[in-house]
Design a protein around this ligand. Structure first.
Ligand SMILES: [Zn+2]
Length: 310
């Protein structure tokens, strides 16, 4: 069975939360696993609003320490404590995040009901953060005013489904079934060959998702995210404000679209919109002039990560 792989947007605004838009946060679900990417101010409220089971989140990833990307974290962690969570939680983030969390709970005299493991990210190259049987999570460097990483989630090969009719034709040794499900050929003691391509359905294409939170236009990013199926990329400004984008180490919609084009992704999800734009339709049009498969992210919407969007 192919696990569902999807992302729910909880917040997609930059700096000031206005126009009904909230600070950056999103939940990626892969089968039973839930990951939280960034944790802006209203994250726990948004999770409740959009019926995300926050207790299922096993890993939290913080891209950088600008407040609009992590100020909701203490709230989420405190609510876990109040609901008597015992399941361990791993938090990935830049240097300093562990100090911020520890300082808060020290001065609030709170001993959390669950263990937190903190893993410091490095904005230097592609780094493997999580390696689970069906997917892996990597960080990669973005170029922003402070150390910042994006996150890449890649599906891994699963067991192949066997072709029932073929199995009914003759009795197949148990060891052969094990090998065929792994996609490997098998030869039994009598020299009888069982080829995976005859007995198992082909491996479906492996899916991938990349999250680029805050960054100046930085074409080198495309080396880390080549060919991902869905790319979320910040799109803070429209072209008329491109100087402001450069000065603040952010991107315009056209630049986000250019990264999508250079990276050969299938779909681009735009986010991190500046509060200066109430209406985003013109921004979308700008992006689509460079990359037609651009979409405006919407809070509360869930986007499937597919190998084929046709
Ligand atoms: Zn930032």
């Amino acid at each position: 069975m192919i696990p569902e792989f999807e992302v729910t947007i909880l917040g997609n605004t930059s700096s000031i939360p206005v126009h009904g838009r909230n600070h950056t946060a999103q939940v990626v679900r892969f089968g039973q696993e839930c990951l939280l990417l960034d944790c802006g101010e209203a994250t726990q409220i948004q999770m409740r609003k959009y019926k995300i089971k926050s207790s299922k989140i096993s890993h939290i990833f913080i891209s950088h320490l600008h407040g609009d990307h992590y100020l909701g974290l203490i709230g989420v962690l405190s609510s876990y404590h109040l609901s008597k969570r015992t399941q361990p939680l791993t938090i990935f983030g830049p240097q300093g995040l562990d100090e911020i969390i520890t300082t808060h709970f020290r001065w609030s005299n709170t001993r959390l009901s669950y263990p937190i493991e903190f893993v410091q990210t490095k904005a230097d190259s592609l780094n493997l953060l999580v390696d689970l049987p069906r997917f892996a999570v990597y960080s990669f460097p973005l170029l922003h005013r402070i150390p910042t990483t994006g996150f890449l989630i890649r599906e891994k090969k699963g067991l192949r489904s066997l072709i029932k009719e073929k199995l009914q034709e003759k009795k197949i040794p148990l060891e052969a079934i094990h090998e065929l499900r792994q996609g490997r050929d098998y030869r039994d003691s009598d020299g009888q060959d069982y080829r995976a391509e005859d007995y198992a359905y082909p491996q479906p294409p492996l899916r991938s998702y990349a999250f680029c939170s805050d960054t100046i236009f930085h074409p080198e990013i495309s080396g880390f995210i080549q060919g991902v199926d869905l790319l979320y990329h910040e799109s803070t400004f429209m072209e008329v404000d491109s100087k402001r984008a450069k000065d603040t180490f952010h991107c315009t919609a056209i630049q986000a679209a250019e990264i999508a084009r250079l990276s050969g992704v299938k779909r681009l999800l735009l986010g991190h919109f500046s509060s200066r734009y109430a209406d985003l339709n013109d921004m979308l049009t700008e992006a689509q002039t460079v990359f037609p498969h651009s979409v405006l992210s919407e809070e509360g919407s869930t986007y499937p990560i597919l190998s084929d969007y046709e």
